[in-house]
Design a protein around this ligand. Structure first.
Ligand SMILES: [Mn+2]
Length: 270
């Protein structure tokens, strides 16, 4: 039965596996720390948001491309990110469950990030169960049926060989190189890919097939929330050009929140 709809290989185990219990959940994605405009302003606005979270939420999900690039060395932490990492760690220490999903930029997040932030890290996503309702939280890259090339790149970048080669490089060489490559790819293909339009019908087919209440993802930097008979589709925006986040509470309708307009999403969520 579940073979009748398109599901990428790395998403299927999430949809068919057990859900993790979650409570009041905030989903953020595409912060792209390490690039983009207004770095200080973006970081300060994120810090203000994070500091308001303890006691107000139970679960915080970073849905991918949190970093423009991330590489883990056992004995070195990318120094450009220390301030953000410290803020996330404080949220975690205050009792909020923090989860990171890998994106196409920060595909290499792993156990070191988990240790630093006292978080859980998953390369593909999470199936969350919030008050009996199941939500798929993913990054969304390479999932659209037409994105065959992206799936190939994804496989290569996440392969043991590619990761082994990167490991041989000194951080002072590897990080500028990776950020240079990222900047180059953006010049070639600005804005969301045309395949963004495929994501909603695909997500809705998963809701029907796997009994989900909704799908939330990032990646395309195009905020959109739609309700349908199957459930709720949410494309989070970003924390680069926008300040958007997704708020899923057990007893309230899901919301896509523009932080530049609303101070605390959970207070206005009636
Ligand atoms: Mn992405």
């Amino acid at each position: 039965m579940s073979n009748s709809v398109w599901v990428p290989g790395w998403i299927r185990p999430l949809l068919e596996g057990p859900a993790v219990a979650a409570g009041r959940t905030l989903f953020l994605s595409d912060l792209h720390w390490g690039t983009g405009p207004d770095a200080r302003d973006r970081l300060e606005s994120m810090k203000a948001l994070l500091r308001g979270l303890p006691g107000a939420i139970d679960d915080l999900v970073f849905g991918g491309d949190t970093f423009e690039f991330w590489w883990e060395w056992r004995r070195a932490v990318p120094s450009a990110h220390w301030e953000f990492l410290h803020e996330v760690r404080k949220v975690s220490d205050a009792g909020v469950k923090v989860r990171f999903v890998a994106g196409n930029h920060d595909f290499a997040i792993g156990p070191e990030l988990a240790k630093i932030c006292q978080a859980e890290v998953h390369p593909d996503g999470w199936l969350l169960e919030i008050a009996g309702r199941r939500w798929l939280a993913m990054h969304g890259d390479a999932t659209a049926p037409s994105e065959r090339m992206d799936r190939m790149v994804r496989r290569v970048l996440r392969s043991g060989l590619a990761q082994g080669l990167w490991h041989a490089l000194h951080p002072d060489i590897a990080l500028p190189m990776a950020l240079g490559v990222g900047a180059g790819s953006k010049r070639i293909e600005p804005g969301p890919a045309a395949s963004t339009v495929e994501l909603e019908p695909m997500s809705r087919s998963w809701m029907r097939e796997f009994g989900l209440s909704g799908v939330v993802h990032g990646h395309s930097h195009r905020p959109l929330l739609t309700e349908g008979p199957e459930g709720t589709y949410i494309n989070n925006g970003d924390w680069v050009a926008m300040r958007t986040c997704v708020w899923l509470a057990p007893d309230k309708p899901p919301r896509l929140v523009d932080r530049t307009r609303e101070g605390f999403p959970w207070l206005s969520n009636t």
